[in-house]
Write a protein that binds this ligand. Structure first.
Ligand code: FE2
Length: 445
């Protein structure tokens, strides 16, 4: 994704904005006004807040900052400032009702598309490579993912539907359990991707010792063994903070799972079903992922290990934009873009494999890494401190790789997500790693 001509950039901007809006309309059009204005969980905003917030950010960055226009409704700006009002408080605000929120979003978008027609995508840093437009398309898609989480938390009959992911390929059951990522330096982050956000920058060299990584994310079947083996009841596997949390809130299984006879069922977008054994496990916290890894005699990968496994090509020494190379994600390579409402079975998407042989590093489930969310060496906040800088620190753990509800425009291997280690409503799973054995030396070796 690096169009060079103005015409190609214009097409990319328009199609990225349209794709985001279609998804927003799908997620807000399938429920009635009562549902749109209700708060389905204190963790989430009412859907109608996301809708107008997306439009407000689009107006702020594209119409005002890029286009130099006057504010359309300055009195509503504070309502949709995510830093002024925490999510739990948003239902109490005098928010735009659904019809007005839709009209506002429609009006902003019409003016933005006029701007796109005349933009040259040069002259200022916001315009270069259409960065501000890419940032806004990604922002809307990230809120679409947030709205999809709200749908998952929403009680009631299903309102979303999608075809199941394709069945796994014939070799899915015979894949090696883990792949070797040989030691050595690689290029982490990017200085060149025009739509990369500040926390992905700059590119820098990181030395990563050899390690083994699970070929696929950990499955429901494997996770169920951890539960059955008493994994939730043995403090030995848990970090002190994780055990404390497990005790305090009574964790016994992933979020949305409950006991059903001798087994488990889970609820997914209003449907209750047995967790498909081959599907990557979802809705586990970082603490649970860490405990599972310890139980399995392994550990979570670091963020640098994860990124190296996902994009380093030992044949060329270069880092790729996607595990398979530079081509944009398509339905044959990754489960992205809410085409399905669940992860694909472990071992799917052989065409999306990384050079290491690991599969599903893009899409399916966000993957917890062991790493805190920290700036790369040489980081500078752009275009505003609140995008990432205010979140840096040990409070947040990094997730990588995107999930089935993540848009392709956000699916690049440098993209960084972060959340608290207790969070479970997000579409998060994980895979495990271990150090490569040190080389054997001795007589005859
Ligand atoms: Fe936002």
């Amino acid at each position: 994704m690096t169009p060079t001509s103005t015409e190609a950039l214009r097409d990319l901007v328009a199609s990225s904005l349209v794709a985001a809006r279609e998804r927003t309309q799908l997620l807000t059009g399938c429920v009635d006004d009562t549902d749109l204005t209700r708060q389905h969980s204190p963790l989430m905003s009412p859907l109608v807040w996301d809708l107008a917030h997306v439009a407000n950010q689009e107006e702020l960055w594209l119409l005002r900052s890029v286009g130099g226009r006057e504010p359309m409704h300055p009195e509503i700006d504070p309502l949709y400032d995510a830093f002024e009002h925490p999510r739990a408080e948003r239902p109490t605000l005098p928010l735009l009702p659904p019809a007005e929120a839709r009209a506002y979003a429609h009006e902003v978008r019409g003016r933005v598309l006029d701007l796109v027609e005349r933009a040259t995508f040069s002259g200022t840093r916001l315009l270069t490579g259409a960065f501000a437009f890419g940032m806004i398309a990604q922002h809307e898609q990230q809120h679409d993912e947030t709205m999809l989480i709200t749908h998952q938390l929403r009680k009631g009959a299903p309102v979303l539907s999608a075809p199941p992911p394709p069945p796994p390929p014939a070799d899915a059951l015979s894949l090696p359990r883990e792949v070797l990522v040989p030691g050595g330096p690689f290029t982490m982050g990017t200085s060149t991707h025009p739509w990369a956000l500040d926390n992905e920058r700059p590119a820098h060299t990181v030395a990563v010792p050899g390690f083994y990584l699970d070929t696929t994310p950990v499955t429901n079947a494997a996770y169920t063994e951890f539960i059955a083996d008493g994994g939730y009841d043995n403090p030995r596997w848990w970090s002190p903070a994780g055990w404390d949390h497990r005790q305090r809130v009574g964790l016994v299984a992933p979020l949305f799972w409950r006991r059903d006879g001798g087994g488990w069922v889970r609820t997914r977008f209003g449907l209750t079903e047995q967790p498909p054994p081959a599907e990557p496990v979802l809705h586990v916290s970082w603490y649970e992922a860490q405990a599972y890894a310890a139980w399995a005699g392994r550990r979570l990968p670091t963020e640098a290990e994860w990124e190296k496994a996902a994009r380093h090509d030992p044949a060329t020494g270069r880092s790729r934009s996607f595990p398979w190379g530079e081509e944009d994600p398509g339905p044959d390579r990754a489960n992205l873009g809410q085409r399905h409402l669940q992860p694909a079975p472990a071992g799917s998407y052989p065409l999306g494999a990384a050079p290491s042989g690991a599969r599903q590093l893009a899409g399916d489930v966000w993957e917890w890494t062991s790493s805190d969310f920290l700036p790369y060496p040489g980081f500078t906040a752009w275009p505003y401190r609140e995008y990432s800088e205010v979140f840096f620190g040990s409070e947040y753990k990094v997730l990588r790789g995107g999930a089935f509800g993540v848009a392709p425009v956000v699916g690049r291997t440098t993209f960084r997500n972060w959340d608290y280690p207790i969070r479970r409503q997000i579409f998060a799973g994980f895979r495990t790693a271990r150090d490569a054995e040190p080389a054997v030396s001795g007589p005859g070796a």
